[in-house]
Design a protein around this ligand. Structure first.
Ligand SMILES: [Mn+2]
Length: 442
């Protein structure tokens, strides 16, 4: 069974043919993630069937996400903590005649917004997408005001959905994780209303005034450090890799809840000390309902917040690897259905990359079929072993096809070399299958 067939095994679109089509299309799109729909499908009739599938009105994108969501809940259920990371990304479809799009942050650009909830384990394994919001903005009216509800609601509603999910996962503590945009009093109040059925951990954006008259930041600056944290910061845009030392401080504070009372929140601050001169020290200020009493629990929360990076990586796979912004479909409802398939495909690539690092000794056959890992050897001009190799070995071989050099300083492969390599493996497997079919015919 292909990975897509396993992941979508419980799909129910109300018709067996539609169910089968969803699996086939997921397989085709994942074999050539960057290609167009006709480029990924085999031939014209399959392409037409794909377009018909995406324009179906008998099911919506949530039905398509449902089986993956179920598998994701299973993966979450065996974790003691699951981070539910949310973030928004803009999808730019400018210049394409797609019905139902709206303006983007640049009012002249056209596209839509995507706000998924990606579940991630504390060791950063992407567990899957449990929820998503997709919307297009209405253009501003003549008065310069945009009609419709406040967009910031998505963060608050997003928290509520995570809290609802908690009931389905009694063995797992869910932690809602989001960046500065989610520093909303309404979210903190909602979490209290729901009895903190899920924890929240958001990056603080506002230097809020405390009821005692002081400001939040200065109150934290005056606190005794709990301890220190050290981590390796990888090289980034115009930035060298360096070892970062941060001092940790936390205080339980009371915020004015603007409903006549106060709200108890922990503010956690990690401040870089001894940053090289000319470099802006790294400072994170986080808000959480969890109590932090020692350096260990503070460091754990910082580590969980850093796992938010996985959703950025996931967006990168979605946009650069799957090139979803190049989708040419007539209506936004069709885009949404295709996007769900690509969310699942991008999740798989992100997860493979991490598992190759965190569980290098895993049996490769748990994630690839035999033909696939053998192809990874053959395409590298190596003889495949008799028994299944480890996941790390196969990931490195696949990434090598995508340009990974494997020198000591290169570390472990990233997502890009992996998605390029995966495509070559799939093409090879399909060609081999065809050769076999030819043989059967003769
Ligand atoms: Mn964001």
């Amino acid at each position: 069974m292909s990975w897509a067939a396993a992941e979508l095994s419980t799909i129910d679109l109300g018709d067996e043919r539609l169910n089968a089509r969803s699996v086939l299309l997921a397989e085709r799109l994942s074999a050539k993630p960057g290609a167009s729909v006709p480029g990924a499908c085999h031939g014209w009739s399959e392409t037409q069937a794909a377009y018909r599938f995406l324009s179906q009105s008998r099911f919506d994108w949530l039905d398509l996400l449902a089986p993956h969501r179920e598998r994701t809940l299973e993966r979450m259920g065996v974790q003691s903590v699951a981070l539910c990371v949310q973030d928004t990304t803009e999808l730019d479809f400018n210049g394409q005649g797609i019905k139902g799009l709206g303006p983007l942050s640049d009012e002249a650009q056209r596209g839509m917004y995507l706000h998924p909830t990606l579940a991630v384990s504390p060791s950063r394994e992407a567990l899957g997408v449990v929820d998503a919001w997709m919307w297009a903005r209405a253009p501003k009216g003549a008065d310069g005001v945009r009609p419709g509800g406040k967009e910031s609601t998505r963060w608050v509603e997003g928290y509520s959905r995570v809290a609802e999910l908690a009931a389905e996962l009694p063995e797992t503590r869910l932690v809602y994780v989001a960046d500065r945009e989610a520093d909303l009093l309404a979210l903190l109040v909602r979490a209290r209303e729901l009895g903190h059925r899920a924890d929240y951990l958001v990056r603080a954006s506002h230097n809020r005034a405390l009821p005692e008259g002081r400001k939040l930041w200065s109150r934290l600056e005056a606190a005794e450090p709990l301890g220190e944290l050290c981590f390796e910061l990888p090289a980034g845009k115009g930035r060298k890799a360096r070892r970062v030392h941060q001092q940790l401080r936390a205080e339980r504070v009371a915020l004015d809840d603007r409903c006549g009372g106060t709200l108890a929140v922990t503010c956690l601050v990690a401040t870089e000390v001894g940053a090289p001169s000319g470099v802006r020290p790294i400072v994170w200020r986080l808000l959480t309902n969890r109590e932090v009493n020692d350096a260990e629990s503070a460091a754990e929360l910082i580590d969980w917040y850093r796992a938010r990076w996985e959703i950025e990586l996931f967006f990168r796979v979605l946009k650069e690897g799957c090139r979803v912004e190049a989708l040419q479909l007539a209506e936004v409802e069709r885009i949404e259905k295709a996007l769900v398939l690509f969310l699942i495909i991008a999740w798989r690539i992100t997860r493979l990359m991490r598992l190759g690092r965190s569980l290098p000794e895993l049996d490769a056959e748990l994630l690839f079929d035999r033909q696939e890992w053998q192809a990874a050897y053959i395409l590298n001009r190596k003889k495949p072993p008799k028994r299944a190799p480890t996941l790390n070995t196969v990931i490195r071989l696949i990434a090598t096809l995508g340009g990974f050099l494997g020198r000591k300083r290169d570390g472990e492969p990233g997502v890009k070399t992996l998605w390029i390599g995966l495509q070559q493996v799939r093409e090879f497997c399909e060609a081999m299958q065809f050769v076999q079919e030819l043989g059967d015919l003769e």
